[in-house]
Design a protein around this ligand. Structure first.
Ligand code: HEC
Ligand code: HEC
Length: 269
């Protein structure tokens, strides 16, 4: 008996629980990766107001940023003044790798950061010490843990405030003069928050009066939600919008109708 059973299993049939186990493993891996991801927030144990931190930041700034932004961050023809841009702007620009700018182009590019979190925050502390500006986001708003209602609200806010540049599915889009609004999939929650409060390049600033911190958290939750379930309206088709969808209907839809016509005609003969 026991041998017979063994043979059945060997013949390629899976254990009834195998599928469930596979799904469970898949969910665990995704969940784990996601949890690791949401902890990348650099809102740190570092005291941004400590004189030693500010001093260390000033040194780093002098060595890496002053050629373009000026010795006292007052700005030069090669870079804007950073007085009043706040810690959030420095953290966003440096930890996404946009700064230091590698070449004069229409837009700083995302690249691997050249600094540790600690060094980034030291420079942020220095710039923040020059004049008040948007501070680092509080971690409570970066958890991407809004409930269904919050996610729906985040989706509404995204379509109203962001989709015209970043595309309804957050796939990004071209702007004028070689600039572009990047795709938002895979962007860390703290960088999403910081982009909203600092408005890099052509992006508007969304102050707390405009979109409250909780609403920002809802937008982050929504973006993380569609990242996990990218194809809400069916197959995403590359998310490049109506053109792809139209093409799909033309090729597959019309193809099916023609095929059906041929089949019906052939049958009636
Ligand atoms: C080669 C010149 C250059 C260097 C070096 C450079 N920057 Fe910039 N930076 C720019 C330019 C140009 C802009 C504006 C264009 C843009 O935002 O893409 C800018 C923008 C910024 C902004 C955004 C300002 C705002 O209004 O929000 C911050 C913050 C910033 N830089 C920080 C730094 C820091 C910190 C360093 C050093 C680690 C650095 N930059 C090095 C040229 C430079
Ligand atoms: C007018 C067009 C415009 C609107 C509206 C806009 N953005 Fe942006 N956004 C941009 C541009 C341009 C950049 C790139 C800036 C750069 O590279 O310096 C950007 C960058 C970003 C980034 C950084 C992405 C990365 O790869 O680091 C995030 C996150 C972001 N936007 C989120 C939002 C959210 C959320 C909203 C709505 C609340 C929004 N944006 C509204 C134009 C826009």
């Amino acid at each position: 008996m026991a041998r017979a059973k063994k043979n059945v299993r060997k013949s390629g049939r899976r254990h009834p629980l195998a599928t469930a186990a596979l799904i469970a493993v898949g969910l665990l891996v995704t969940g784990g990766a996601y949890a690791g991801f949401s902890q990348t927030s650099a809102t740190a144990e570092i005291d941004l107001e400590a004189p030693a931190t500010i001093e260390a930041g000033e040194k780093l700034f002098g060595a890496n940023c002053a050629t373009c932004h000026g010795a006292a961050a007052q700005g030069t023809p090669d870079g804007p003044t950073l007085i009043g841009v706040g810690a959030a702007s420095v953290d966003f620009q440096v930890s996404t790798g946009r700064m230091p700018l590698a070449f004069q182009g229409p837009q700083g590019m995302v690249k691997p950061t050249q600094f540790t979190d600690e060094q980034t925050l030291q420079m942020a502390a220095y710039v923040a010490s020059l004049a008040p500006g948007p501070g680092l986001p509080e971690s409570q708003y970066l958890q991407a843990d809004s409930d269904d209602e919050g996610i729906a609200r985040g989706g509404d806010l995204f379509r109203i405030n962001c989709a015209m540049c970043h595309n309804v599915s957050a796939a990004g889009g071209a702007l004028t003069q070689g600039k572009f609004a990047p795709k938002l999939g895979g962007v860390a929650p703290n960088h999403i928050y910081e982009a909203m409060v600092t408005g890099p390049q052509n992006m508007p600033v969304f102050s707390d009066a405009n979109i409250s911190p909780q609403e920002k958290a809802d937008i982050i939750s929504y973006l993380k939600y569609i990242e996990e379930k990218p194809a809400i309206g069916g197959v995403a088709l590359g998310s490049i919008g109506p053109v792809a969808e139209g093409l799909f209907i033309w090729v597959i839809g019309l193809g099916a109708i023609i095929g059906l016509t041929v089949w019906v005609t052939a049958k009636s003969n």
